[in-house]
Design a binder for this molecule. Structure first.
Ligand code: PMV
Length: 335
């Protein structure tokens, strides 16, 4: 009973930040709907994806997981179990597992390694246990590991309905990768790990006096951006994505304790992107829970914008990403 999966990370255009207080925090049910683009990196050494193999066997005496060559213990192993246990239970199988997983990009750097990691875990586990469920249902299991993983099950542009229970908080595809074409130039200004994991940050969102407004606005923005994606209206998508990103960071900065994920160079990049736009090159920014900036643009402007970013001293690396296909099972096993 061995299966492997490859899953892509995603960039949120309308962000998930904070869990709904009406449910157990373990369920990662969000306080608002969110929207993202599942992305594939075009760099030869970095596709922004996770590759996971899991095997269930009576030869194993305990559950054992290895990420990037390191044995997982404590909270990290618990998060793996939060996805595997409910699937193992629903398959009515009582076997221990061995798991190996690797990312081809830095973990915990605000590049959504948990999104691709837990999506790959849910897909590989369901396949190994021969559980045949819809992608929407699979997304609910991925959510138990990390909220943003809910959306990484699908390719293209994705909508996560916040829902009102474990079963109803799932992600669905808005459109496949060719319908809405957008590039993300991921500008790395600091490759290191972020100081506060988003897992912890979600808990403090409700302490910001601005969070209620952000939730209300995000609901409207999620619906608005979905329409704009289906209308192929890049300007509206970019404008909403930028606004929503600012709302999330305003909440982060005004939570207790406050969370400042930005680096001084993050602001430098925001200013540069505004400048490029004034010069007639349409582009927008979005930033997750880390210092790095995603510049969003249409493919035809990508080369020129990349050159401009390359001229900026604060940018240590640029990864060009475009919409990815669905995350999927692979025959390539890691052991
Ligand atoms: O899935 P988590 O717990 O890593 O949270 C993701 C939070 C953001 O990346 C900041 C926003 C999002 O919707 O992906």
């Amino acid at each position: 009973m061995k299966s492997s999966a490859i899953a892509h990370s995603n960039i949120a255009l309308v962000k998930y930040w904070g869990r709904s207080p009406d449910h157990s925090p373990d369920l990662n049910i969000p306080s608002n709907d969110s929207v993202s683009m599942t992305k594939i990196g075009l760099a030869r050494d970095m596709h922004l994806q996770s590759h996971t193999t899991i095997e269930f066997s009576d030869a194993y005496e305990e559950d054992h997981a290895v990420l990037q060559g390191e044995n997982l213990t404590g909270r990290n192993l618990e998060r793996i179990l939060s996805v595997v246990d409910p699937l193992r239970k629903s398959a009515d199988i009582d076997l221990r597992f061995k798991l190996a997983s690797k990312n081809d990009f830095p973990t915990q750097a605000g590049l959504a390694s948990s999104a691709s990691g837990f999506a790959a875990l849910a897909i590989a586990t369901a396949a190994a246990l021969r559980i045949d469920v819809s992608k929407e249902r699979l997304s609910t299991f991925a959510r138990l590991g990390s909220g943003s993983a809910t959306r990484s099950i699908h390719g293209g542009c994705v909508y996560w309905n916040k829902g009102y229970s474990h079963e109803t908080s799932f992600a669905e595809k808005i459109c496949g990768r060719d319908r809405f074409d957008m590039n993300a130039l991921i500008s790395i200004i600091h490759g290191g790990k972020k100081e506060v994991a988003s897992d912890i940050g979600h808990e403090s969102a409700s302490t910001s006096p601005f969070n209620e407004v952000r939730i209300e606005k995000s609901q409207e923005q999620a619906k608005g951006i979905k329409k704009a994606i289906l209308d192929d209206d890049f300007s509206t998508v970019g404008r909403i994505a930028e606004e929503n990103c600012k709302y999330m960071h305003a909440v982060m900065m005004t939570s207790s304790p406050p969370l400042f994920y930005w680096h001084p160079d993050t602001l430098g990049l925001i200013k540069a992107i505004q400048r490029f736009r004034k010069q007639g090159l349409e582009c927008y920014f979005t930033i997750d829970a880390g210092p790095n900036v995603h510049l969003l643009c249409r493919p035809e402007n990508s080369d020129e914008l990349q050159k401009k970013l390359e001229e900026m001293k604060c940018v240590s690396r640029i990864i060009l990403a475009r919409p990815a296909d669905d995350s999927h099972v692979t025959e390539e096993h890691l052991f």
